[in-house]
Design a protein around this ligand. Structure first.
Ligand code: HSE
Length: 324
């Protein structure tokens, strides 16, 4: 039986100054998704972890994303035949999910499962679909989890590096250049559902606040491409989302202060939290940042996980099969 396994990386969305549009991928942690074709017209989900996620395909982000792909193949406006030909009325997919990224962590857990599943299924179908189509299918999965249409996790998860979502309707993704950067992620072991963390956000913001936000985002993107670390540091500022969401994260202010004091360029809430991330110029600084931030949570007896990682520039990739 044909089987494909892919590795889908964790991602940091928003990156402080780009709510719902900016994100990057990190090397660790990651999900592993294996898909095989089965002779039954169904999508089956098997979990190889203990997170108790739904096994009904239409309730599971990976399942939902693959269902969107099947729906597209079967829709009357999809004229391109599968090569080699396959009749999806007689076959289906089995998806095995091994999550390395804890759900509700703020580092793109649902995006990794959704992207991983569509990349693996597409590989089984002879790379039938293009990048933007894969992103559309993954977005269907992501929407199930977050109850919102945002591609700032799925885009870097698929493509790697830093990405900017210029538009979700239609999808228009810009890959950004970036200088060497190291990431510290501190993940307090509590769960925040993105759907809940979106409900508390303001629906309107004063024009002055909006001007600050788009000025910072423009400057951040420019700083990335020029490798201007000082401008990068100055641009990681957010008066819209952080003040509202930081109350959901234990010792957020102290964590951020400790990270900056240890030499990080800047940072804040990763995605919708509870993870907090910091960007640094070197691996050594990122390790020190991890140590100082860990100290805050240790002192207050909050269980957490810490990751120090490079930016992952590959995105989701197929894992070559081991020879028997
Ligand atoms: N931009 C999304 C949010 C990311 O902040 O709600 C969720 O990981």
């Amino acid at each position: 039986m044909e089987k494909i396994t892919v590795r889908a990386p964790a991602t940091v969305a928003n990156v402080v100054c780009g709510f719902d549009c900016l994100g990057f991928a990190i090397k660790e942690p990651f999900d592993e998704i294996t898909i095989s074709i089965i002779e039954e017209q169904t999508v089956k989900i098997k979990h190889l972890d203990n997170f108790n996620l739904p096994t009904e395909a239409d309730q599971n982000v990976a399942g939902k994303a693959v269902l969107a792909m099947i729906e597209k193949i079967q829709s009357s406006d999809h004229k391109k035949p599968l090569s080699p030909p396959k009749n999806l009325e007689h076959i289906g997919f089995q998806i095995e999910i091994k999550k390395g990224i804890k759900p509700g962590s703020g580092i793109g857990s649902s995006a990794a499962s959704a992207v991983g599943a569509v990349v693996a299924a597409n590989e089984l179908l002879g790379n039938h679909f293009r990048t933007n189509e894969l992103l559309e299918f993954a977005l269907a999965g992501e929407e199930l989890a977050s109850q919102g249409r945002h591609a700032d996790n799925i885009a870097p998860c698929l493509l790697g590096g830093f990405t900017l979502v210029r538009s979700v309707d239609p999808l228009d993704i810009v890959k950004l250049e970036f200088p060497p950067l190291f990431v510290t992620v501190i993940h307090p072991q509590i769960e925040i559902k993105t759907s809940e963390a979106r409900k508390i956000l303001p629906q309107q913001i004063p024009l002055k606040t909006a001007v600050k936000a788009w000025s910072n985002l423009g400057a951040f993107v420019s700083a990335l491409s020029k490798g201007d670390y000082e401008l990068l540091a100055r641009s990681m500022e957010d008066e819209i989302i952080e003040p509202v969401r930081k109350g959901l994260i234990p010792y957020f202010d102290e964590l951020k202060k400790a990270g900056l004091k240890a030499g990080a360029l800047g940072g804040g809430i990763s995605g919708s939290g509870p993870s907090v991330f910091m960007l640094s110029k070197s691996q050594e600084i990122a390790q020190n940042v991890a140590q100082e931030m860990s100290g805050i949570l240790d002192k207050n007896r909050i269980p957490f996980k810490a990751y120090v990682s490079e930016i992952d520039s590959e995105g989701t990739k197929v894992i070559p099969r081991r020879k028997a």
